[in-house]
Design a protein around this ligand. Structure first.
Ligand code: 2AM
Ligand code: CA
Length: 256
């Protein structure tokens, strides 16, 4: 099953690599921070068709609408392009994210950045890989940690909490990055390029696949209160390596 999903996702990536004149194809959704292009729509349509051909009984939850039957036993959770603003601006850091969940538990996850030719994948209980090679979270402690975060610009009510947590981490860790694709941020924690990622509000397709990839790489993913996320719901997300596993106590205590 994982190999079949990977094959579909790699084929979908060709549409992203062949995209031209992207900025003129962009439209605002809820705000200037929330964009969609004809390529997001084309990739999602391709994935919906191919993935539902693979598992016809599954539901489909995708960022660009067309959702159906998220109450089915099996559900695909799909972001056709995570990091759309990067994509529109020609910054080659965006990914296709596909998770397949069974009864609300992610069993397979694939995150693919076609520009870097990096495909992260995981299968529950079997491990996590980048281009087929096993990956693990790093063993660095917080003092040596790179943290990634999203600034939740699409909901400014989270700004005080976001920046209070960032300030804590800035003072405690080595340095930070803000790369604008939550799915890839999670994979970077999974393969040890970063130690911590948090964002105060993410949608299921932003984090479902990356969450399994982090967990199968030996890391931990919780809400900012240290609870197990409900992968079918909007949630704050904290991903850490094992050395930073207590960090949820800090993010929980910073409520602003
Ligand atoms: P996107 O590029 O697919 O829109 C950046 O902070 C991260 O937040 C990206 O993964 C981005 O995904 C996601 N994001 C963008 N708009 C969002 C919204 N309205 N709610 C939640 N996440 C969003
Ligand atoms: Ca998207």
């Amino acid at each position: 099953m994982l190999e079949r999903i990977i094959s579909i996702v790699r084929r979908a990536g060709e549409t992203i690599l062949q995209a031209r004149d992207i900025e003129s194809a962009a439209q605002e959704k809820s705000s200037a921070a929330d964009l969609v292009t004809k390529y997001d729509l084309a990739v999602q349509e391709f994935l919906r068709r191919e993935l539902l051909f693979l598992v016809p009984q599954a539901g489909f939850l995708g960022e660009e609408g067309d959702g159906c039957a998220p109450d089915r036993e099996w559900v695909f959770i799909v972001d056709p392009i995570d990091g759309t603003t990067n994509f529109v601006r020609g910054c080659h850091h965006s990914a296709i994210s596909v998770a397949l969940a069974r009864n609300g538990v992610v069993e397979y996850g694939v995150v693919y950045n076609p520009f870097a030719n990096e495909l992260f994948s995981a299968e529950r209980g079997r491990g996590a890989w980048c281009n087929g090679a096993p990956i693990r979270v790093s063993t660095r402690d917080l003092a040596h940690a790179i943290f990634h975060s999203g600034s939740t610009i699409y909901d400014r009510s989270f700004t005080p909490r976001s920046f209070a947590i960032m300030r804590y981490l800035y003072d405690s860790a080595l340095d930070f990055r803000r790369l604008a694709s939550a799915a890839l941020d999670l994979c970077y924690v999974a393969c040890g390029r970063a130690e911590v990622f948090f964002e105060c509000r993410l949608l299921p397709w932003d984090y479902a696949a990356g969450m399994l990839i982090v967990e199968e790489a030996g890391g931990h993913v919780t809400t900012l209160d240290g609870q197990a996320p409900n992968v079918l719901q909007t949630s704050g997300i904290l991903a850490v390596n094992d050395r930073c596993a207590e960090l949820w106590q800090v993010t929980k205590s910073i409520q602003e």
